[in-house]
Design a protein around this ligand. Structure first.
Ligand SMILES: [Zn+2]
Length: 276
């Protein structure tokens, strides 16, 4: 990383005291949570399950929860990395007013960040599709393992949402725990592909955007519309947008500039120099 890069980012942050940060999967890869997409924004593995599939098909839910049960322990153990820590420090120093994340891993909060909007929800919660009751994912995990001892015996690789790949497993025997309140269908409390971000959360996020004078995108290729929308709205409102992202993004022509590097070392150096 060059000192010119740090200077440019430092200047951007100092010029915009009401900074909004938008983070994506790239900030959590160093915590061992893999990204779905490669540096060009293309799918690395198969496309994740859509909301329509999940909500409409018991078989799909059996597949989802079996994989999720296997990937969960590793996901749950993930810890914030230097990028999360540096951003929490920048918030503490008053340089970051709001943070919106597309990640569902709550690693910003674990790093001590206070003002975080979890745009796509949190994998640590489970919601009932029928009555809206919310329960901890850990509780679901225990219920899943109790109902399906076979899951305790298996080990596999995993995708970013805690979803593991089990190509040859017969999912039809998987028993899915149901809502304790109403016996309804349970879903991880995250926004699935093909599902809209809850309206209230979008409005809350857009209000945060209105109150800021610039947007800094970190570790997101902005392929998903819910993230891209913030860049488009910011530019339409005459606000500056910069990015720190290793690969291509969907919004490059809208940026004031983009730093193509790993975000961890850059943010650490920024926090250090801004403290001086
Ligand atoms: Zn319910």
């Amino acid at each position: 990383m060059s000192s010119a890069t740090i200077d440019k980012l430092q200047q951007f942050i100092r010029q915009h005291p009401r900074l909004l940060v938008l983070t994506g999967a790239g900030i959590s890869t160093a915590s061992g949570i893999p990204d779905y997409r490669d540096e060009k924004g293309a799918w690395k593995l198969r496309q994740p399950m859509t909301f329509a599939e999940f909500a409409g098909c018991h078989r799909a839910r059996q597949r989802y929860w079996a994989r999720s049960a296997l990937g969960w322990p590793r996901f749950d153990r993930a810890q914030p990395n230097e990028a999360h820590q540096a951003l929490a420090e920048l918030e503490n120093l008053g340089f970051v007013k709001n943070l919106i994340t597309q990640n569902v891993d709550r690693l910003h909060q674990l790093a001590g960040h206070n003002n975080v909007i979890d745009l796509h929800g949190l994998l640590h919660e489970v919601i009932c599709l029928d009555c809206g009751a919310i329960m901890p994912r850990q509780q679901m995990q225990e219920a899943l393992l109790t109902a399906n001892p076979v899951l305790t015996e298996m080990k596999v690789t995993q995708a970013p949402d805690g979803d593991a790949h089990l190509e040859l497993f017969d999912f039809s025997s998987i028993v899915i725990p149901r809502c304790k309140e109403c016996d309804g269908v349970l879903k991880p409390n995250v926004v699935f592909f093909g599902e809209n971000v809850p309206r209230q959360r979008v409005e809350f996020s857009l209000q945060a955007l209105q109150r800021t004078d610039a947007l800094l995108v970190i570790g997101s290729s902005l392929q998903v519309f819910s993230g891209f929308r913030f860049v488009r709205n910011a530019v339409q409102a005459g606000k500056s947008v910069a990015a720190i992202n290793l690969g291509q993004t969907r919004a490059e022509d809208l940026f004031l500039f983009q730093v193509r590097e790993h975000c961890g070392p850059i943010l650490t150096e920024l926090a250090r120099t801004l403290t001086e």
